[in-house]
Design a protein around this ligand. Structure first.
Ligand code: HEC
Ligand code: HEC
Length: 407
C-alpha cells in the first residue's frame, strides 16, 4: 500500500521533471523505465548520475564541437560501434516498432538526433531544436553514465535496460573524442591509441599516455580509498575530479599533491556531490549468474585464496580489500611494469601507490588490473602464481578461478 502511494508520487515527480526537461531536451518516452522509488538523496543522485552534465556542454559543444560531428556523421550504427548504449525504456512504442520493422533507419544521423531528443542515448545529453523546420542538435554534453553504465542488450546489442555502475567496456572514449575537428593530429593519435573500455584521466595534465580500464562504480560502500591509486577517501573526491577536469563541467577542483587546480565557474557540482555519492554507495556489485561457476570447486578455491595463494592477506573479507588500512607500492603489485613502456600509473597519482581492488562482482568486468593487462581470471591467477612464486598446482589454480567467479 505504502509502496503504491510512493510509486504514484514518484511517477508524478518524474512527469514534472519530464515536462520541465522537455522544454530543453525533449522527454523520455513512457514510464516503463521508472523503478521503485528510493529515499530522497539516492533518487536525486541517480538523476545526477544519469542525466547531469554540470554544464559541460561548454566543452563538448563550444570547444570540441561534437554536436556538428554527431549531427553529420554519427548514425546509430556508428554510435553503437563505438560502444554507445541506448536506453530501451526511453523509447516510445512507435519508435520500438519502427526500429523493429526497419521504417526507422539506423544508418541515418537523423535517427541519432531523434534518440537524443528522447534522452535515450546513455551518458549523452543533447538539446535538439527545430530550426527552419529541421531538427538540429544545438548542444551536447556528457554525464557519468557515459563511462559507468551499460545496458542489458534486452532489445538488441547495445539497446536495453540501463545497468548503472557497470563499466562500459565497449565504449571507446578516445575514438569518440578523436572525432573532434578541434584537436591536433598529435592529440588524435593519443586518443585513438586507447581502445575500447579505456580512458586516461591524467593525460590532459601530464601529457603521458597510459590509459586506465574504466572501473565499476558499484560495490564501493565502506571503502575509503577511491580510484586504483586510492587518491581520495570518498567517492566524492573522484566525482569532483572527473566532473570538473575530465567531463569539463562547471565547478572547481584542486589537489596540492598532484598540483592539479582547475577553476571553471559557476559551481554546478558541489551541491550535487552528496546525493551523487549516496547513489553510488547504494549500488551493489552484481551477483554471479547461476551456473556461471562450479560451487564445489569454488569452495576448494576459497581455501587456496585464504591459504597457499596468500590472496586474503591483501584482499581481506568482507570487502576483499585492505584499502582502509594501507596502500601498496608498485613493487608489490603484479600489474607493473606497465605494458609498452608506459610510465607507472602510480607515479602519476597523488599517492604513488596502488589500492588493493575490491573483488565483489569481479566476474563482470574483464580485463583486469588498472591497465587491463590480464584478459581473464585465468590470466590473473597465472600472473600471481608466477610473479609471487606461489607454486600452485593446476588444480589449485583452476579452483581459485572458480572461487573468483563466485564473488
Ligand atoms: C570518460 C570516462 C569517465 C567518466 C565520464 C566518468 N568516469 Fe569515473 N572513472 C573513469 C576512470 C578511467 C576511472 C579510473 C581512475 C583511476 O583509477 O585512477 C574512474 C573511476 C571512478 C570511480 C572510482 C572507482 C573505484 O574503484 O574507486 C568512481 C566511483 C567513478 N569513477 C564514478 C564516476 C562518476 C560518479 C562520474 C560522473 C561524475 C564519473 N565517474 C565519470 C572514467 C570515467
Ligand atoms: C600484496 C597485496 C596483494 C596480494 C597478496 C594479492 N593482491 Fe590482488 N591486488 C592487489 C592490488 C594492489 C591490486 C590492484 C593492482 C592494479 O590495479 O594494478 C590487486 C588486483 C587484483 C585483481 C584485479 C581486480 C580488478 O578489478 O581488475 C584481482 C582479480 C586480484 N587482485 C586477485 C588476487 C588473487 C587471486 C590473489 C592471490 C593469488 C591476489 N590478488 C593477491 C593486491 C594484492
Amino acid at each position: 500500500m505504502t509502496r503504491n502511494v510512493r510509486a504514484v508520487a514518484w511517477s508524478a515527480t518524474a512527469l514534472a521533471v519530464c515536462n520541465l526537461s522537455a522544454l530543453f531536451v525533449g522527454c523520455r518516452g513512457g514510464t516503463t523505465g521508472l523503478q521503485a522509488p528510493v529515499p530522497g538523496r539516492v533518487a536525486e543522485g541517480k538523476e545526477t548520475f544519469r542525466f547531469d552534465t554540470f554544464g559541460d556542454e561548454t566543452f563538448w559543444t563550444d570547444t570540441l564541437r561534437m554536436h556538428e560531428v554527431i549531427e553529420t556523421a554519427v548514425d546509430p550504427t556508428t554510435a553503437l560501434s563505438v560502444g554507445l548504449k541506448v536506453d530501451a525504456d526511453a523509447l516510445p512504442p512507435a519508435v520500438v516498432q519502427g526500429i523493429q520493422n526497419g521504417s526507422i533507419s539506423l544508418t541515418s544521423p537523423a535517427t541519432t538526433l531523434a534518440l537524443l531528443k528522447l534522452n535515450a542515448v546513455v551518458g549523452l545529453k543533447g538539446t535538439v531544436e527545430t530550426i527552419n523546420g529541421k531538427d538540429r542538435l544545438t548542444r551536447v554534453g556528457i554525464t557519468c553514465a557515459l563511462c559507468h553504465s551499460t545496458v542489458n542488450n534486452s532489445f538488441a546489442k547495445g539497446i536495453g535496460q540501463r545497468r548503472d555502475g557497470w563499466p562500459n567496456r565497449d565504449l571507446n572514449p578516445g575514438a569518440i573524442i578523436a572525432l573532434s575537428a578541434a584537436l591536433t593530429a598529435g592529440q588524435k593519435t593519443v586518443y585513438n591509441s586507447w581502445g575500447p573500455g579505456k580512458y586516461d584521466p591524467r593525460y590532459n595534465f601530464d601529457g603521458k599516455n597510459g590509459p586506465q580500464v574504466i572501473p565499476p562504480a558499484y560495490g564501493l560502500a565502506g571503502i575509503h580509498r577511491i580510484t586504483a591509486t586510492g587518491d581520495g577517501d570518498q567517492v566524492e573526491y573522484w566525482n569532483r575530479y572527473v566532473g570538473v577536469t575530465q567531463m569539463h563541467g562547471h565547478g572547481s577542483f584542486s589537489d596540492s599533491r598532484t598540483r592539479v587546480s582547475v577553476q571553471n565557474p559557476p559551481d554546478m557540482i558541489s551541491s550535487k556531490l552528496a546525493a551523487l555519492q549516496a547513489y553510488q554507495l547504494s549500488i551493489e556489485a552484481p551477483a554471479p549468474t547461476a551456473g556461471s561457476f562450479d560451487p564445489i570447486a569454488a569452495g576448494r578455491g576459497k581455501e587456496v585464496f585464504d591459504g597457499p595463494g596468500k590472496c586474503a592477506t591483501c584482499h581481506a573479507a568482507p570487502l576483499f580489500t585492505d584499502a582502509n588500512q594501507r596502500l601498496h607500492s608498485p613493487a608489490e603489485v603484479v600489474s607493473e611494469p606497465e605494458p609498452n613502456g608506459v610510465p607507472s600509473y602510480a607515479s602519476r597519482s597523488a599517492t604513488k601507490m596502488y589500492r588493493t581492488s575490491p573483488l565483489k562482482g569481479i566476474w563482470q568486468h574483464p580485463p583486469y588490473f588498472h591497465n587491463g593487462i590480464a584478459p581473464t581470471l585465468v590470466a590473473v591467477v597465472d600472473r600471481y602464481n608466477t610473479r609471487k612464486g606461489l607454486n600452485l598446482t593446476a588444480r589449485q589454480k583452476a579452483d581459485l578461478v572458480q572461487y573468483l567467479k563466485s564473488l
